[in-house]
Write a protein that binds this ligand. Structure first.
Ligand code: EPZ
Length: 425
């Protein structure tokens, strides 16, 4: 893999110390931004993280006809002009996976949509069959243009239906809600995803005038309405960003207080750190990780849909467990190819054996910095954590992956006593 000229140089080995404010959640923000396409009024979204995925979704909204005014850092007001365009620009849509939410929101708003097939992290096959099944069930005709890489949806009339999802899917649950809130009658989503992002989108839709009930349970009912108007909504804290900092504090034997978090969203992460012997305490909207003077124990981590341990924090756990005492096992059950970080970690001296969807880690005393390459967003976070806990200098490459999901990471880690710098060479 060739090195890009931009990199983060990390001088590892310092314990993290301080307090960090957690940003708005990427995976909520991108869904809320697509949901904006349903409004016929003016919507203010507050506390959006300032990351490239959010900028890309905002660019798409503007390209299809919404007016944007920025009312402060992370506070974006979108105002509907005429009917939006039903086609999103290919170049923008292909940049990120969450653009697929425009399939649902534009279908709901206009009865048609045309969106290029999603990009995003390369972590295995990521089909959209469940999304398309939901759109078909409520009356849309689906045309997959393989050559142009687009999916077109068109409905004479959207009609409520019962949809049973074959697996826990955040994206298809949200997309079905977006399309169904303007359908006639009741849509029932069975085996719906229960992630906080799903609840957040349902709350936002309801604030605009939709009638979505049951989000956060396995059955969501959507009673169709004729019109969605304006509202103000604040993005929830990013549990994955918070978990990434928790793992970094644990890996560097530091003490970190996280504020603006919803501790309940991080129960699985706190529990796993606790099993490894690290002290985690919390209040209403804060969490504290204390990993001083503790060499963590090896543990078993199995990724599961919420409220289980999140797949988006699996690579970060792998980085942390490399230096734990004894053996650990990570079982990845959501994606078929999400052990991309192991290559870089092994280059740093970790002992990891991958067997199918299991990673077996034998704890080592130390890691040694070297050149490592992010292959996706969370892999980048994992290698960064390893670099912070390693001896010597780590050069992390392919920074565009990290920029998709983490805002001002170098600056914020520096404020926590970490020694790292972003350079162009
Ligand atoms: C969301 O992806 C997140 N992305 C992912 O975060 C996260 O890993 C994932 O949920 C699981 O929590 C966004 O919110 C933008 P899924 P999503 O539909 O919605 C299979 C990150 O690092 N599936 O819940 O696309 C799928 O292949 C990213 O921030 C189908 O087979 O995930 C996967 O194995 C990466 N057919 C599983 O279900 C479908 O039609 C869960 O996917 C849909 C999904």
């Amino acid at each position: 893999m060739s090195a890009t000229s931009e990199r983060i140089i990390i001088k590892g080995g310092k314990p993290m110390d301080g307090r960090i404010r957690i940003n708005g959640a990427k995976n909520s923000a991108v869904a809320l931004l697509a949901a904006v396409a349903l409004t016929e009024g003016s919507v203010l979204l507050e506390n959006l993280p300032q990351i490239s995925d959010v900028e890309c979704m905002a660019d798409i909204l503007q390209a299809i006809g919404f007016h944007l005014s920025v009312e402060g850092p992370g506070n974006y007001r979108f105002t509907a002009q005429d009917d939006p365009k039903s086609t999103t620009p290919d170049e923008l849509a292909k940049r990120m996976r969450a653009s697929y939410y425009f399939m649902g929101s534009l279908l709901g708003r206009l009865g048609e949509s045309c969106v290029a097939l999603p990009g995003g992290c390369d972590i295995g096959a990521r089909p959209v069959d469940q999304h398309l099944k939901a759109f078909r069930a409520i009356g849309a005709e689906v045309v997959e243009d393989m050559e142009g890489g687009r999916i077109s949806l068109k409905a004479q009339e959207l009609k409520g239906a019962t949809i049973f999802f074959d697996m826990n899917t955040v994206g298809a649950t949200i997309n079905a809600m977006l399309a169904a809130c303007r359908a006639q009658g009741v849509t029932v989503l069975e085996n719906a995803a229960r992630e906080p992002e799903v609840i957040e989108v349902a709350n936002f839709l309801n604030a605009m005038g939709a009638r979505v009930r049951g989000a956060g349970t396995e059955t969501i009912r959507i009673y169709g309405v004729k019109h969605l108007g304006g509202c103000t909504s604040t993005c929830i804290p990013d549990r994955i960003e918070a978990g990434t900092f928790m793992m970094a504090a644990a890996a560097t034997k530091g003490v970190l207080t996280l504020v603006n978090v919803i501790p309940e969203h991080l129960d699985a992460v706190s529990a796993k750190l606790g099993e490894a012997g690290i002290r985690v305490t919390h209040g209403l909207d804060w969490l504290k990780v204390d990993a001083q003077e503790t060499r963590p124990r090896g543990i078993m981590v199995k990724t599961l849909p919420y409220p289980g341990y999140p797949t988006d924090l699996q690579p970060q756990a792998m980085a942390f467990l490399c230096k734990a005492a004894g053996n650990s096992r990570i079982q990845e059950t959501i994606y078929e190819r999400r052990f991309g970080a192991s290559e870089g970690l092994v280059a740093m001296g970790a002992k990891i054996r991958i067997d199918g969807n299991n990673a077996f880690i034998e704890g080592v005393e130390s890691l040694t910095g070297c050149d490592v390459y992010a292959t996706d967003l969370r892999c980048g976070a994992s290698l960064l954590i390893a670099g912070l806990s390693a001896d010597g200098e780590t050069h992390l490459h392919n920074l565009h992956h990290i920029d998709r999901g983490y805002d001002r990471l170098v600056e914020r880690l520096t404020e926590l006593g970490m020694d790292l710098i972003r350079v162009t060479m």
